[in-house]
Ligand binder design. Structure first.
Ligand code: SAM
Ligand code: SF4
Length: 364
């Protein structure tokens, strides 16, 4: 069986000789050369989206993947089964594009939840979503086996929401947050990206909004993954800028919780003037990268494994599937792709090049 690898330096021969031995029963763990083990799988269910966030895609959208090139439900379910029951994956996050646009989402969640990890329990299942339309589906998705959601929200000002997403859907997102809490998709986490000159003024209002609703806000540093003109290292709003802005209204102290492989550094916050307190996460993906603790592997909607958000090489599992490859062929290709994961994302390297795929097609 030929293993099609899009990175010419990775060959099937290297795979067979370099990789750690398979476990008893022929199962494998997704090790890389630096000792990290991937336990968290991010699956992009579609590259399409119903919003047009300025930092993610252009107003006219992108050239979407052709339907026949994307994984069908059977193919996704087969790859999920292999990942969870044979490759040591313990947590799955469905993302996109917008995962709610996949009609079979509940069914995919249901069949995923029926699988058993190497700890002999079902996988934890999370979803990252823009929340549009989620209010009507939160309860049924929870029933299907979804454990929790991250909802993206960069401002609570309706006009700025429209400006940032190019759509007027703020009320859908707020309803989605409330419905998710009610459905027990907890802890509900809110992802906010702050951009210079666009929504810096939203840092404190977003924090107040989330603390009032008892959902956990996480600020994410903007990464060079969207339209090229949307990111500039010299003006990027860093974790330090966010902490400074929060400090004007809150007293902050680092939370005692251990971070492990979680990307967010947690802060305990107490409002200076109001009876509001809780935790806020800050994900300093660019300024203080957490690559050394990364335990992620990613699967794109067209079935390519990516060992990092920022990699420029991919391994197509879809091609192996459609070539009649066995589970072992797929496992070897997946393990090989992960083995070659780099130690870090390299954004600060002067030779850094943005990946060819935009964030929405990678699965954030
Ligand atoms: N459509 C869903 C959503 O927006 O939640 C899921 C896909 S989206 C690509 C996943 C996450 O990536 C969102 O929280 C979004 O804010 C974040 N994101 C998109 N582009 C980004 C960028 N250039 N830098 C940092 N985060 C980004
Ligand atoms: Fe769509 Fe999410 Fe990208 Fe916004 S961040 S355009 S919601 S994929």
């Amino acid at each position: 069986m030929r293993i099609p690898l899009s990175d010419p330096v990775v060959s099937a021969t290297a795979a067979a000789t370099d990789l750690p031995r398979a476990l008893p029963h022929g199962n494998r763990l997704l090790y890389d050369r630096f000792g990290r083990v991937a336990r968290d799988l991010r699956v992009s269910l579609t590259d399409r989206c119903n919003l047009r966030c300025t930092y993610c895609m252009p107003e006219e959208g992108l050239t979407w993947l052709a339907k026949e090139s994307t994984l069908n439900d059977d193919e996704i379910q087969r790859l999920l089964r292999i990942a969870i029951t044979r490759l040591g994956i313990r947590q799955v996050r469905f993302t996109g594009g917008e995962p709610l646009l996949r009609k079979s989402l509940a069914q995919i969640i249901r069949t995923t939840k029926e699988l058993m990890t190497d700890e002999n329990v079902p996988p934890r299942i999370a979803m990252t979503t823009n929340g549009v339309g989620l209010a009507n589906h939160a309860a049924s998705l929870a029933k299907a086996g979804l454990d929790r959601v991250n909802i993206s929200l960069d401002t609570i000002d309706p006009q700025r929401y429209h400006q940032l997403t190019r759509r007027d859907r703020l009320h859908h997102v707020i309803d989605a947050i409330d419905a998710s809490v009610q459905a027990g998709l907890t802890p509900v986490k809110i992802n906010a990206v702050i951009m210079p000159g666009l929504n810096e003024q939203d840092i404190v209002p977003l924090a107040e909004f989330c603390l009032q609703r008892e959902v956990q806000l996480r600020f994410i540093e903007q990464m060079p993954l969207g339209p090229h003109e949307a990111w500039d290292r010299s003006t990027m709003i860093s974790a330090r800028d966010i902490i400074q802005r929060l400090s004007e209204s809150f007293v902050l102290s680092p939370a005692v919780e251990k971070r492990g492989s979680a990307p967010a550094a947690l802060w305990d916050v107490h409002h200076r003037d109001r009876d509001l307190a809780g935790k806020i996460g800050i994900i300093a993906s660019v300024s203080q990268s957490f690559c050394a603790d990364c335990d992620r592997t990613r699967l794109t909607a067209d079935g390519a494994v990516r060992n990092c958000l920022f990699t420029r090489s991919e391994t197509s599992l879809r091609d192996i599937l459609r070539d009649g490859g066995s589970d072992e062929d797929i496992m070897l290709a997946w393990a090989t792709a992960m083995w070659h994961k780099k130690p870090g994302h390299g954004i600060d390297d002067p030779h850094f090049l943005q990946p060819q795929r935009p964030m929405s097609a990678i699965g954030g």
